[in-house]
Design a protein. Structure first.
Length: 137
């Protein structure tokens, strides 16, 4: 089972951030929300926003926190550093067990957990499960 964000469709992009302005009643739409899965830069895949910008915007709109994810590198170290630069918002990272980190690698997960804690995702590409073609019936 792949890890998925609890709020699925809500992504911190420029469009959603614009829509997350205070509502007429004064409440913020995203107040208290934790985004469970967002890809920010730096990454080897182009991303529309830097992780530090994500953290700043999350804090600005009253979100409780953000989970940074990358398919090729750990993100818990970056979440730790960004948290030092943007206090007042909870930031988390983790490790996707893809080939760049050794694939399904319990030692990598244990090391990540000892370092700062975080989330672990099964391989998201490059495995027989992840690359199996979808067959139409």
């Amino acid at each position: 089972m792949k890890a998925t964000g609890a709020i699925g469709g809500i992504m911190l992009s420029q469009n959603v951030l614009a829509a997350s302005a205070p509502s007429p009643g004064g409440d913020k739409v995203l107040a208290g929300v934790i985004e469970m899965h967002v890809h920010g830069a730096p990454d080897i895949t182009p991303r529309v926003v830097q992780e530090i910008e994500l953290a700043q915007k999350a804090k600005e709109v009253g979100m409780r926190g953000v989970v940074f994810k990358c398919h090729d590198f750990i993100t818990n170290d970056r979440a730790y550093m960004v948290k030092l630069m943007v206090p007042g918002v909870e930031l988390f990272g983790g490790i996707a067990l893809n080939e760049p980190v050794g694939g399904i690698n319990p030692v990598a997960v244990e090391t990540m957990l000892k370092f700062t804690g975080g989330l672990g995702w099964e391989d998201t590409y490059g495995s027989p499960r992840g690359t199996r073609p979808i067959r139409r019936r």
